[in-house]
Write a protein that binds this ligand. Structure first.
Ligand code: CO
Length: 345
């Protein structure tokens, strides 16, 4: 979280700079570089400050500097909203909808447990639920993601995807289980709920394509992260073989990664983690560009986005015509003590 103070007493803004996996590097980028660069600048000129800060390191578009920049950018939007006495979505063009449709995360260690979890979310009023078994933080090569020390035991082992003594995931067991959880959930919950799944780049590209083809009969709302960003070129092959809607982009940092696939309509939902892209200012440009190509924002919104980041997601979601869906979380009790106005769903 970044706090930007102004020369006006009591007027400050907050911005999300959440890169939980390398947080200290972001703090250093802010304390050692951004702070001095920004002192004395005019808070009114968000675009100009954004561009100047973005170019100031010469080398740019990495997650550390983009997160620091996002903290500044979102804080400036927050300040502008306070000065205008308007919610930020008004400054972005006003509301296109009365609420932001969110999806919940249903998980479990068996297809039955996942389906029961989906039933509970439907009772709570969710119309979209992501179904996941065995966690989703593991890759074929690594036990977990984002850990600076030793990774904890991967959840996929509890779901039976791996051997007891190593960190490798058995992709055959995983792909079969995804079909099982879709099958069970559709049987139990019917057609009224929209179902999502995140492959999370865990398997080989062709395994992902074959899995997505096999899921067609269950009408997924979207399948997310079939490939790692390094394997973006497989999207063309995927599109030639299936019409299942695809979501992608939570690891994207640079326009070089999203401009071409959006322009080529290689996926349907853009999932950028907004602080990784540098804040509200660049995210609005992504959303507007995506609108032209009928790609819909579904911003990354799990537990490693701060509450301020979730608020930024929601303000953009209100204001962009092509909004798709928003990932949501239940905030922990600790977060609710820090941000007392948070509610739990
Ligand atoms: Co994902």
């Amino acid at each position: 979280m970044v706090k930007v103070e102004t020369s006006e007493p009591g007027l400050y803004g907050l911005g999300c700079a959440t890169f939980r996996q390398r947080a200290h590097a972001v703090v250093a980028a802010i304390d050692k570089y951004l702070n001095d660069f920004c002192v004395g600048r005019d808070i009114d000129n968000i675009e100009d400050v954004w561009q100047a800060t973005y170019q100031s390191s010469y080398w740019r578009n990495g997650p550390v500097l983009n997160n620091a920049l996002s903290g500044l950018d979102q804080a400036l939007w927050d300040i502008k909203g306070k000065r205008a006495n308007m919610p930020v979505y008004q400054l972005l063009g006003g509301k296109c909808r009365f609420g932001v449709d969110c999806y919940a995360h249903a998980s479990g260690t068996s297809p039955q447990e996942v389906a029961d979890n989906v039933s509970q979310f439907i009772e709570k009023g969710f119309r979209h639920v992501r179904i996941q078994m065995g966690g989703y933080g593991a890759t074929q090569l690594l036990g977990g993601y984002g850990y600076s020390g030793e990774a904890p035991e991967p959840n996929f082992k509890k779901a039976g995807y791996g051997m007891p003594d190593d960190n490798y995931m058995d992709s055959l067991v995983y792909t079969k289980s995804v079909i099982d959880i879709f099958d069970k959930t559709r049987q139990q919950c019917g057609e009224q709920v929209e179902l999502l799944h995140d492959i999370h780049e865990r398997i080989q590209p062709l395994e992902a394509i074959n899995l997505i083809k096999a899921l067609e009969q269950y009408r997924p709302f979207f399948i997310e992260d079939p490939f790692s960003p390094e394997n973006n070129r497989y999207f063309k092959l995927l599109r030639e073989h299936t019409t299942v809607p695809i979501a992608m982009g939570e690891l994207f940092n640079s326009p070089q990664e999203w401009v071409d696939p959006i322009k080529d309509q290689l996926f349907d939902f853009i999932r950028i983690h907004i602080s990784q892209a540098g804040g509200i200012t660049p995210a609005m440009k992504v959303a507007r560009m995506a609108e032209i190509f009928n790609v819909r924002p579904a911003w990354h919104g799990p537990g490693d986005v701060s509450p301020v980041g979730h608020a930024a997601n929601a303000h953009i979601d209100f204001a962009v015509w092509n909004f798709g869906i928003q990932e949501s979380v239940s905030f922990t009790e600790t977060l609710q003590t820090i941000f007392p106005k948070l509610s739990i769903c």
